[in-house]
Design a protein around this ligand. Structure first.
Ligand SMILES: [Zn+2]
Length: 82
């Protein structure tokens, strides 16, 4: 079992994402639903800032991981991790 929650989630989703008929949008929606559950765990007054934080992180991760993928282009497929 990994110590990183991000890697643990990847392990759980791996077989679903690699399935031939994988519905990526549906899987992403389920992962997003977890974020909704987490947002509702904080007091209503804190939800706006948490949502802003989640969106900022999402943009940052996409940009960083895309850059990593570009740098590794040509080196063969490899899953981006930590
Ligand atoms: Zn990780």
């Amino acid at each position: 079992m990994s110590e990183c929650i991000h890697c643990e989630i990847h392990d759980v989703l791996e077989s679903r994402l690699e399935a031939e008929d994988a519905n990526i949008a549906e899987i992403a929606a389920k992962v997003t639903e977890v974020l909704a559950d987490i947002i509702l765990m904080v007091p209503p007054a804190d939800r706006g800032m948490l949502i802003a934080d989640i969106l900022a992180n999402l943009g940052q991760f996409v940009l960083e991981k895309n850059e990593e993928a570009m740098e590794q282009a040509g080196a063969g497929p490899r899953r981006l991790g930590h």
